[in-house]
Structure formats: C-alpha cells, structure tokens
Design a protein around this ligand. Structure first.
Ligand code: NAD
Ligand code: UDP
Length: 445
C-alpha cells in the first residue's frame, strides 16, 4: 500500500467526540495513515529526551507511556516539548548592570502625551521625525517593513518605554489605538520605487487606504507625505499647490507619481465622506544624515562619489534643476502641518534652486574632491525644473526653511564619511549598486 499524506483534518480527531474518531477497520496499526508521522514525532521526542541539557534528571514520561495516547494528545505533547526546548536554547536574559541610555525625553503630563503612529519611521525622514516626537515626550509606534528603512536609524529608541517598532507592511491592515498618524511608508528614491513598481503602487494605494481606515476607526488625524512629483515634469515654475501637474501616467516614474496622486485623492475622499481629519505635505527634495547610501538620489550619489574620488555622474546635460531642503526643516514643517488647522496640500521645500551641474560642483568643492564630473544618458521623464512656491506654508504654518543648504550639506558629508569608514567602498549607482533590503522580486509583489 502506498503511504497516504495525512489531510489537515487527520490531526483533529478527538477522543471526546465519537463522530470525529478515525474510521474503524482491520488494517494493522503500523499501516494506518497516522503511523508514520507519529513515529517521526516520537523519534524527535526521544532525541530531545537524550540531549545533554536534560542531565538525566528529566521526569518526563517514558517511551512506553506514549503508546496509550491518542494521536492528537501525542502531537500536543510533542509540540510543547519542542517549543520549550527551543525557548530554553535561544533566550538570553540581560546581564545584571547592563543599562541602555536614551536621548533626553521631555516629561509631559499624561493627558498631553499623544499616541503617534509613524509609518516608514525607520527610513530617512521618518527616523528624524521619530526623534523629534520622542523627545517631545509622546508615545511612538513605528510601522515599517524595512524595505529601505534601517533599524539602526531608530536604534537609539529600541527598548524605550515610549517606543515601539512594528515590522509590518502597510499593504496589510493593522489594528492600533492612536491619536495621530504620520503616513510616510513608501520608497522615495527613483531607483528604489522603480525596483518593484507594482509594490510601489500597492504601497501608495492599498497602504494609504489601510491607514485611512485605521484613522477613521480610531478618529486619528492623518498626515500623508506626498511629493513634488505630483506636479510631474512641471510646465510652470515655481510650483504652487493649485497647479494640477504634468505627469506621464505610464512612464517609469508613474508608479510613484500616480500612486501619490491617488493617495491624495483618497485623503480628501476620507475627509469629506468619512470625516477623517487629513493633512497633506507635498515634499520637495530633502537630504541629510541617515539617507540610505544606496538610495541612488542625487545628494547621496554625489557625496559618496566625491568622497571616494570616483566620477560624479550627471544624468543628461545637468541643466535640469532641483531645490534642496535639509531634513530638520522638513520635520519642523510636518509637525506644524499636523498640529495646525490647515487641511489643504502644502508645499514643504527650500526654494533655493540649483542645476544638477551646479550642484555637482558645489559638492565637489565642499568635499575638496578631485573627482571628475561625467555625463551619463538622461533618464526618461526626468523633470526639467523643480522649485516650490512656499507662500502657503509661510501663511498657514508660519514655516520657512532656516538651515542653509551648505550647512546641511556639511552635516550630510560628515555622515557619509562615517558610513564609508564603517562599510568600506560604496557603489551608489549603476548596475553594481546594491539593491534595497529584502527585495528579492517574487511573484506576490
Ligand atoms: P525612505 O525610503 O528612506 O523611507 C521610506 C520608509 O518606508 C522606509 O523605512 C521603508 O522601509 C518604508 N516602507 C516602504 N514601503 C513600505 C511598506 N509597504 N510598508 C511599510 N513600510 C514601508 O524614504 P524617505 O526619503 O524617508 O521618504 C519618506 C516619505 O517622504 C515617503 O513617503 C516619500 O514619498 C516622501 N518624500 C520624500 C522626499 C525626499 O526627498 N526624501 C521627497 C518627497 C516625498
Ligand atoms: N541625478 C544625477 N545623477 C545621479 C543621480 C541623480 O544627475 O547620480 C539627477 C537626476 O537625473 C535628477 C536629479 O539629479 O535630475 C534629482 O534626482 P533624484 O534621484 O535625487 O530625485 P528626483 O528629484 O529626480 O526624484
């Protein structure tokens, strides 16, 4: 007779319910379908019994004791033995006298302490936001799937009673009790968001929908980190919030641009139909420490290339423009927007505009590098000009950037120097650049 693979229901037979008993027949027990799996489990059990950790003092039942048990009872006993064996092997208790110190946290009255969820909180921007909110004394729950985030960005808070890191993908729903949600989860650099476009779209659409559902259920205020990319390759400059944009819906940037556009649409649908309090920040290019070294964005690429004396790679003729803000300014803008009364989209960026070529020269000068500047082919749909009109932020939030670009760049250069010391050589761009973490492309996306 051929061995039959047990069905799931085979393990559900119960002594107390006769209708659930295996059918009676005259087949010898060693030819029954349950015999082989049980034999295997008993062998594991015997092996566990005679490992040195038992020390001969174990009072567990003997081999013969098991012969009278039902398959279900045996399975329960064996799995609990395996569990306790594994736990005893893997848990290490903290050694006495080992304490971790944390950055200073403001002590605030309980009624003022908010429970704040930051999705994407172990990424570049998210981790700086978490620092500010933690230090203000709030309780922070970070949700991140670690696609482009790094645990080291929030390591300073691990174990703090006000801090929780939940490894979770926002395309799946989550139940939490929170007062505010900063929804940042989404890869932001072109190589990262184009790496798995389907996943990027799902993150912006299903992910935002899930967080809005949560916000609606618990009556939390929610802020979306949208982007200047909603303006696409803009035909006006500077870009003001009432500009509808110029986006190619099927180009390589569309998964991100259109994803964020529909995320904005969802925010306002949930505001009007679901009474959710929403805030939308349209963020312009931001830089600073904790940018991912393989991010592929212009600031990290140029600094890493310059520090290693490698060619600084300009895509296209370098006449395209960007305006760069330091991350501390952005975080201040996000917190003001979340806690203010204005619910329409707000540009948050530094209007100081550079051509990419000028920017390469600036980085080369600040790093005192001998790198050459090399032109590579332009990337498709690369916006030609980008500069925010920030009059809304000034009027509604009293916000404007205060960190000069060169001061921010010095801090960022210092950070990348340290990253290079720790990691050795970094290839930030091109076919040999390393991929984002945990991103083996698989059919599920
Ligand atoms: P980042 O890639 O460093 O951070 C994104 C974080 O989201 C990472 O920690 C990543 O692991 C996490 N994440 C991605 N997909 C997720 C998913 N499905 N579930 C859970 N977590 C997920 O990028 P960043 O620069 O910190 O950007 C943060 C936010 O700001 C993004 O929403 C981005 O679109 C927006 N933004 C940033 C810039 C900028 O210049 N940095 C500009 C415009 C908009
Ligand atoms: N860029 C470049 N060389 C690089 C990386 C980027 O010339 O190594 C250019 C890119 O083509 C774009 C600008 O720098 O015009 C900003 O690119 P980034 O990826 O930082 O972000 P984007 O604003 O395009 O989303």
């Amino acid at each position: 007779m051929k061995y039959r693979k047990p069905k799931d229901s085979d393990s559900d037979y119960s002594d107390s319910d006769p209708s659930m008993m295996p059918p009676q027949n005259s087949t010898p027990f060693y030819r029954q379908s349950w015999f082989l799996p049980i034999l295997l489990l008993m062998t594991i059990l015997l092996w566990l019994q005679f490992t040195p950790s038992n020390n001969g003092k174990d009072k567990s039942p003997k081999h013969s004791d098991f012969l009278s048990l039902s398959p279900a009872e045996l399975k329960d006993i064996i799995s609990s033995e395996i569990r306790s064996h594994l736990i005893s092997k893997s848990v290490e208790l903290p050694k006495q006298g080992e304490f971790k110190s944390y950055p200073p946290v403001k002590v605030i009255p309980d009624q003022d302490r908010l429970r704040i969820c930051v999705t994407g909180g172990s990424g570049f921007v998210g981790s700086h936001l978490v620092d500010r909110l933690m230090m203000a004394g709030h309780h922070i729950i970070v949700i991140d799937n670690m696609f482009t985030g790094r645990q080291k960005n929030v390591a300073q808070w691990l174990g703090h009673p006000n801090f929780q890191l939940i490894i979770h993908d926002v395309i799946n729903p989550i139940m939490l009790e929170v007062d505010q949600i900063y929804h940042l989860a989404c890869p932001a650099s072109p190589p990262h968001y184009q790496y798995n476009p389907i996943k990027t779209i799902k993150t912006s659409t299903e992910g935002t929908m899930n967080m809005l559902g949560l916000a609606k259920r618990v009556k939390a205020r929610m802020l979306l980190t949208s982007t200047s990319e909603v303006y696409g390759d803009p035909q006006i400059s500077p870009q003001k919030e009432d500009y509808w944009g110029h986006v190619n819906p099927i180009g390589p940037r569309a998964c991100y641009d259109e994803g964020k556009r529909v995320a904005e649409t969802m925010m306002y649908a949930y505001e009007s139909q679901g009474n959710v309090e929403v805030r939308v920040a349209r963020i312009f290019n931001t830089f600073g420490p904790r940018m991912h070294p393989n991010d592929g964005r212009v600031v990290s690429n140029f600094i890493i290339q310059a520090l290693q004396g490698k060619d600084i790679t300009i895509y296209g003729d370098g006449k395209q423009t960007r305006s760069f803000q330091f991350v501390d300014d952005l975080v201040e803008g996000l917190i003001r927007l979340m806690n203010g009364n204005y619910s329409q989209p707000v540009n948050i960026g530094n209007p100081e505009e550079y051509t990419v070529k000028e920017f390469a020269e600036l980085i080369k000068g600040l790093t005192k590098s001998n790198s050459s500047i090399r032109s590579l082919p332009a990337t498709k749909d690369d916006p030609k000009q980008r500069r925010p009109d920030i009059s809304t932020a000034l009027e509604q939030l009293g916000w404007k950037p205060i960190v000069p670009v060169t001061v921010g760049l010095e801090k960022t250069i210092q950070y990348f120097r340290k990253e290079l010391e720790e990691s050795g050589e970094i290839t930030p761009t091109g076919p040999n650049a390393s991929r984002p973490q945990n991103t083996m492309r698989h059919s599920e996306d």
